[in-house]
Design a protein around this ligand. Structure first.
Ligand code: 9YW
Length: 447
């Protein structure tokens, strides 16, 4: 069936196509983030991909997380990219130059920064899916959880030890790429303070050759800043504390903080189920509480929207982005403030905007001056973000919101292109097509 110029697949056909995307992008031990644009494993993509894989083969799902955990740095950091041998991506491992970092893992090349800690959430989802399918699947997932739990705990501990340096208590990032929302207007002012030095080694971008419209990608100026930050970290040998000390970009990320709270609670809960060390489980709950409080404290006194904090400049960042709703992920707000935030999410400035094809939140409010409907994290809708909020809403007992996000997310993706992101008014898929994490969340919605 067709609506406008969009084809709409029925659920069974959409699920079959999503499964095909995951199979086609599978190299054997990892599913690449997308077929052409991103030929490697990305940390938070891998988490979402693994829960999609769980619907096809639980053994393969846990293998995906095993591959990621095999690239964990010795100090606990899970790196944002695990490189395959494909050389058609920039910046690749040579440019990152992590080979000399003393904490790097053996036998695999990675980037030197991290991404949102959604991994425990994926593990929860894999266990829940496996328990629904068969006793053997449940055993596979639970055995993996028992085996992988310590590694995940060490990842969360790394964040607490190295990335909560500011009294505001937010989890701090040293590069916009760590946020997962690379060129979000949330980071514009902080990037203003990043001045690439004259000794920035030259480079050639490859991403622009792989999309139809370079206007959907970050600009060259933005890229210079991205690479300058990498250069600074490389010169600090990726020592985590030195990096935080020296980075020109240091921002408390409220979305990551809320995800960290949610994931720490989830990991604690899994720890109880698999009989993990009780002291460590208790520590996770303390960390979750701390992050929840920091998230709640960031809220703007009038709008109630959560805010990031530019630590270098010592000021709050009030961009009207999806991250403003972060407290809904982890809780911690007084009831009336939370109700107002939910009302804001449902309002015409956001999900209730009359011109949206699907009622799921865009990355930036269409009514904000920062909004650009085609530009990456500056406006388009990202199915994974919808999945995450929907899953958290279900966990918080908000069934109506959770099922609404699921239905509308499926509607947006029903064209079967599995876009990396979508133009919110026309539903046109943008960036890469057959993007693995989009296929994975659609599969999870449909199964
Ligand atoms: C890049 C892979 C990654 C995602 C990020 C997204 C984009 C581009 O693609 O990053 O070159 O790293 O912003 O969240 O993990 O899908």
């Amino acid at each position: 069936t067709a609506t406008g110029d969009r084809t709409a697949h029925r659920p069974a056909s959409l699920a079959a196509r999503a499964a095909m995307v995951l199979r086609d992008n599978d190299t054997g031990t990892l599913v690449t983030a997308s077929p052409r644009l991103y030929p490697h494993m990305w940390s938070w993509d891998a988490a979402f991909i693994s829960m999609g894989l769980a619907h096809l083969d639980v053994g393969r799902a846990v293998q995906e997380l095993d591959t990621l955990l095999a690239a964990q740095w010795r100090d606990g950091m899970i790196p944002h990219i695990v490189f395959t041998s494909d050389t058609d991506y920039f910046p690749g491992p040579d440019r990152w130059g992590t080979d000399n970092a003393p904490q790097r893992p053996d036998g695999v090349r990675t980037s030197g920064i991290c991404q949102p800690p959604v991994h425990a959430i994926a593990l929860r989802r894999i266990i829940d899916t496996a328990r629904r399918t068969s006793a053997a699947d449940a055993r596979t997932a639970e055995e993996f959880a028992a085996r992988a739990w310590d590694a995940m705990y060490r990842w969360h501990r790394w964040i607490v030890r190295h990335r909560m340096p500011d009294p505001c208590g937010l989890v701090t990032i040293v590069h916009g790429w760590e946020s997962g929302m690379d060129n979000s207007p949330r980071w514009d002012s902080a990037y203003g303070g990043v001045r690439p030095g004259p000794d920035l080694p030259p480079y050639v971008r490859l991403d622009l050759l792989k999309v139809d419209d370079p206007g959907e990608r970050p600009s060259d100026d933005e890229y210079d800043r991205y690479l300058w930050l990498i250069e600074q970290m490389r010169r600090a040998d990726y020592n985590p504390d030195k990096v935080v000390e020296t980075s020109a970009f240091l921002v408390g990320d409220v979305f990551i903080t809320a995800v960290f709270a949610l994931a720490s609670d989830t990991l604690a809960e899994i720890g109880d189920e698999v009989g993990a060390d009780a002291e460590r489980v208790a520590e996770l709950r303390t960390w979750a509480e701390r992050a929840r409080t920091a998230t709640a404290m960031s809220c703007h006194p009038e709008t109630g929207m959560a805010r990031d904090r530019d630590v270098r400049a010592g000021r709050w960042i009030s961009t009207e982005s999806i991250a403003g709703f972060s407290p809904l992920l982890c809780g911690g707000l007084p009831g009336d403030v939370e109700d107002r935030l939910i009302a804001a999410l449902d309002s015409p400035r956001w999900t209730g905007h009359p011109d949206l094809l699907a009622a799921v939140p865009p990355s930036v409010s269409p009514d904000s001056p920062d909004f650009d409907p085609r530009q990456y994290w500056r406006g388009p809708q990202w199915p994974v973000v919808t999945w995450l909020f929907g899953w958290a809403f279900g966990r918080r007992g908000w069934e109506r919101h959770a099922s609404e996000f699921r239905a509308q997310g499926v509607h947006l993706a029903s064209d079967g292109a599995f876009g990396e992101y979508y133009e919110p008014f026309s539903g046109k898929p943008l960036g890469s097509t057959n993007q693995s994490w989009t296929a994975a969340v659609v599969l999870d919605w449909l199964c």
